[in-house]
Design a protein around this ligand. Sequence first.
Ligand SMILES: *Cc1c(COP(=O)(O)O)cnc(C)c1O
Length: 376
Amino acid sequence: MKAIQMVDLVGQYQKIKSEVDVAMQRVLDTASFISGPEVKEFEKELAAYLGVKEVIACANGTDALQIAMMALGLKPDDEVITPSFTFVATVEVVALLGIVPVFADVLPGTYNMDPADVKRKITPKTRAIVPVHLFGQTADMEPIMALAKEHDLFVIEDNCQAVGSTYTFSNGTNQKAGTIGHIGTTSFFPSKNLGCYGDGGAIFTNDEELAKRLRKVCNHGSDVRYYHEVVGVNSRLDSLQAAVLRIKLRKLEEYDAARNAAAAFYDQAFAELNDITVPQRSPNSTHVFHQYTMRVTEGMRDGLKQHLEANGVPAMIYYPVSCHMQAAYKSARCPEGSLPVTEQLTREVLSLPMSTELDNEQLTHITNTVKSYFKQ
Ligand SMILES: *Cc1c(COP(=O)(O)O)cnc(C)c1O
C-alpha cells in the first residue's frame, strides 16, 4: 500500500506532470512573470467556469478577504458577522482593519453559519456578513442574502474551501459558491481544492464598478502608474501559478468526483458505527469535500486520532480552538459558552485523509482502522 497522507499532492502532480512542465517552461521562456497573459487567461477561464462577471487574481486567500473589505470601504468600529468555527484568516483581516468581528454560531450538521444566529447578532453597527463555505459546502445563502437585503449589509463569501460547490435556491436556480454575495474570495494554497504550487488567491464579483475598486486596491490603490487614489496593497498572482491553475481548473470536476467517491466510501463504512456522525450533506448545496470531517462521540476523538496515527493513518482536527476562544480574539462580548455548537464541534470533529488520489486499498485500510478502534 502507498503511504497515506492527508493530501497527496505528489501523486496528483505525477499525473499532470507533462502538461504542467510544458506550461511552466512556456512562462520561463517568455520571462513574463508578473501580470503576464497567463494570469489574464486564467481570470477569464475561472470567471467562465463560475459564471461570474469578474475574477481578480491576487496573492493569497487572506489578502483576498482584506482587499474585499477595503474596497467596500469598511471602517474601524464597523461590525462584521463571521463564524467562529473557521480558519483564523477570516477573523484576522477584520481585526487588522480595526473592524469588530462579531461571531455567529454554526449548524451542527453542516458546520456552516446558522442564519438564525446571524439575525440575532445584527446591530445598527453591522456592515457586512462573511459566511465561510466550510469544508466544501456552500453555507445557506438564501436566508443570509435575505437578511443582508433587509438590513442593507454587504455579503463577502469566504470561498477558500468550496470552489466548485453549487448552491440551489428555493426557486430552483443554481449559483456557484462565491458568486452569490457582493464579493467572493478564494485561496489557491496548494492543499485547497483548486491549488497552485505556492501562494495564490482570487476575488469574484458580478459588480463591474466594484471590480474596478478591487483591482485598484490590489495594485497600490492605483489605476494609472504612480498616481494613487486610495490606500492599497500589493497583491498579485504570478504567471507560473496561473499556468498551473489553468491546467488544474480543467481537471476540477474530475477532482471533485474523486473526492466525493472517497467520501461515499467513508460514509458507507461508518454507517453502522454509533460513535461516528458522518458529515451531513446540505439539502441545498453540492459538496466538494475540501475535508471529510466527521463527529466522534465526545471523549473518544483524541484516542481515535492516536489509534489512527499509530496505524499509518494521518488525521487532523479542524479546528481544535474556535476563533472566539483564541488568545488574540477573545472578547467580553463573546465569552466561553456563548457559541454552544461551535464549542461542541471543537471537542468532536476529526478530519480523515481526503485527496484526489486515495485508492481503494488505502480507503479500506483507513476505514478498517477506524472500525477496529470501536471494536477493541
Ligand atoms: C485557506 C483559508 C484562508 C486563507 O487562505 P491563504 O491563501 O492561506 O491566505 C482563509 N479562509 C479559509 C476558510 C481558508 O480555508
